[in-house]
Design a protein around this ligand. Structure first.
Ligand SMILES: *[C@@H]1O[C@H](CO)[C@@H](O)[C@H](O)[C@H]1NC(C)=O
Ligand SMILES: *[C@@H]1O[C@H](CO)[C@@H](O)[C@H](O)[C@H]1NC(C)=O
Length: 348
């Protein structure tokens, strides 16, 4: 815990310094999965990882599906609002010449993982490698418009939010019918995940990323889709142990990378304990239910909220919206926590 706190303090100092020096609004680039996606998969014709139908988005501004995998806002939306910037648009919604790229881009894609084969039954999604390829293209577009020096400066000063890895467990290692869970022990699988992630973070660094915030995994053993596999709806401890092991390894990786890559300021944001505390003590945060989702989902049908699914009466009473994703109300609690760590003296 102490080590984690120290890492967070370094992170806080970094982001604060950045906020203080920034006369212009922050530029953010977002990489991730369905926890941060804002609509890329709607542009992938064959993708089965989509949320472009009711009841997704029911609590968003226009009460319509937005491509977000929740009833309202993602954690990223809430943090952007606190920073006074619009949430960066989905990469696939932008035309190649769009000047919006200079204000930040969201590459996140539901079903995506660190590994290319994660989520393969969704047919189409942007894996983390694909997302970095897209960012490379964005950088080329910037260089064409404003020249190498200005593009490099923009990329060096931007903040990169990276939240990925949940699907490498939920939609890969934990699926008995896929190869990775059969073929590898958890130790071997973890080694593969972390060595792949190391190459991906170094590639982002080579493309100019310096201020990267890696969002660690939450207690996946406690999400409704995993509890459904237990005998009495309890959390799966083995899964939670694996996830904590992953978080520890990535934390070590980031310390190593920071010591080897000049002016690299990567942060590991550990949200495992805060999320677990919310799940274990929902009433402390104004919630009533944390062991099942507001939208009554069928595990057999993938655990997403379907148009004919029944919703709970009060969506703000539930920590989980569907079998995988937190509700808008839970995202507010988690975003506030995340924000207070990054900007401890903020008046936002
Ligand atoms: C994963 O895909 C990326 C880009 O699509 C490719 O460059 C990379 O070699 C692939 N990795 C593996 C292990 O197949
Ligand atoms: C959730 O917890 C409540 C109260 O502790 C319990 O009555 C209910 O059966 C649990 N639901 C599930 C799906 O495990």
């Amino acid at each position: 815990m102490a080590a984690a706190a120290a890492v967070m303090m370094v992170g806080a100092a970094m982001v604060m310094a950045l906020a203080a020096s920034a006369a212009a609004p922050l530029v953010t680039f977002v990489f991730g999965d369905s926890l941060t996606e804002v609509g890329n998969n709607n542009y992938l014709q064959l993708s089965l990882a989509k949320s472009d139908y009711p009841h997704y988005g029911i609590d968003f501004d226009a009460a319509k599906p937005t491509g977000r995998f929740t009833n309202g806002r993602t954690i990223g939306d809430i943090i952007s609002a606190k920073l006074g910037i619009p949430p960066p648009p989905p990469y696939l919604s932008l035309s190649p010449t769009d000047d919006a790229i200079f204000r930040g881009v969201n590459y996140a894609s539901g079903g995506a993982g660190i590994l290319n084969d994660t989520g393969l039954y969704f047919i189409e999604r942007l894996s983390l490698d694909d997302q970095i390829d897209k960012f490379e293209r964005t950088k080329l577009q910037m260089r064409a418009k404003i020249g190498d020096e200005a593009a490099n400066k923009l990329c060096n000063e931007a903040v990169y939010f990276i939240g990925i890895g949940s699907n490498d467990y939920v939609n890969n290692f934990l699926q008995p019918f896929l190869a990775d869970g059969q073929q590898f022990t958890h130790e071997e699988f973890l080694e593969l995940l972390v060595s792949t992630l190391a190459e991906q973070l170094m590639r982002l660094y080579q493309l100019g990323a310096r201020k990267m915030i890696f969002h660690g995994l939450g207690p996946l053993g406690c999400i409704p889709s995993q509890r459904m596999k237990s005998s009495h709806g309890q959390c799966l401890n083995q899964v939670n142990q694996w996830v904590q092991h992953f978080n520890d390894k990535v934390k070590q990786l980031i310390t190593t990378l920071n010591s080897h890559l000049p002016s690299s300021k990567m942060i590991f944001a550990d949200t495992y304990q805060p999320v677990l505390h919310l799940i274990d003590n929902p009433s402390t945060y104004g919630f009533k239910v944390s062991n099942t989702s507001c939208c009554k989902v069928e595990a057999k049908l993938g655990g997403l909220c379907l148009p004919n699914s029944k919703l709970c009466d009060n969506r703000n009473d539930y920590v989980f919206w569907d079998a995988f994703h937190p509700s808008d109300a839970a995202n507010v609690v988690l975003a506030n926590h995340f924000f207070n760590i990054m900007f401890p003296n903020s008046t936002h």
